[in-house]
Design a protein around this ligand. Sequence first.
Ligand SMILES: [Zn+2]
Ligand SMILES: [Zn+2]
Length: 248
Amino acid sequence: MKIIFLGTGHGSATPTHISSVTYLETGGKSYLVDCADGADAEMLRHGLDPAELSAIFITHMHMDHNGGLPVVMKRLMKHGEENASPVPVMLSEPDTAEVIEKWLVINGFPKVHGRFVYPDPEKEFDDGTVKVNSFHTKHLAASGRPSFGYSIESEGKRLFFSGDLKFGDCADFPLEPAMGADLMICELTHFRMPAVMPFLEKLEVGRLVFNHLGNWSQVPEEQARIRETCAHLPYPVELAFDGMELSL
Ligand SMILES: [Zn+2]
Ligand SMILES: [Zn+2]
């Protein structure tokens, strides 16, 4: 499994980071987890073809996770394989598909209906190449809306995305579902290190990458402090940057 962190920032793009876009390549197929603005262009810059994506998984309805989705959907319609079967787009709130499709129709793509399917994030997704299971986070609990992290299995490996967590205390840190993953990708915006360390000290994973870096965690001095804070953990801890690639 190849992973390319195309966008590792949070909120609004900065000169060095676009927001959440992670590309996976496995079993001859390609996928995105989150699709912030710039996803389409960043894929092209890395020599990847957005029109060949097999599925897209959106963790929650914040624009720094889905702002680039209509553009990638347009790409799939305009340049994707003709008569291809509908592309799955897993939305944290599947009923928002209507709004996205309306937006595409207004923009000159009336044939959007039927080109995509919107799998229920509460159910396991399995296309024969990847198996995706979601878990709830409390990131949007204040507004009573769902948000998810994803566990993705393929080629005998398991990758775990935390999704965005609860502000402040990361009390919804997915310790149990992340246990044993080959790689955990954990956001680093909505809490500070003292809040997450008790969870990281209990966690057993092959490796951990902090992603979705908030403005505070994009600063080199702070990153040095984070590495130092995590140095005693029994697995390697890295901080993602836009364009970082790794293999599992
Ligand atoms: Zn976010
Ligand atoms: Zn969010």
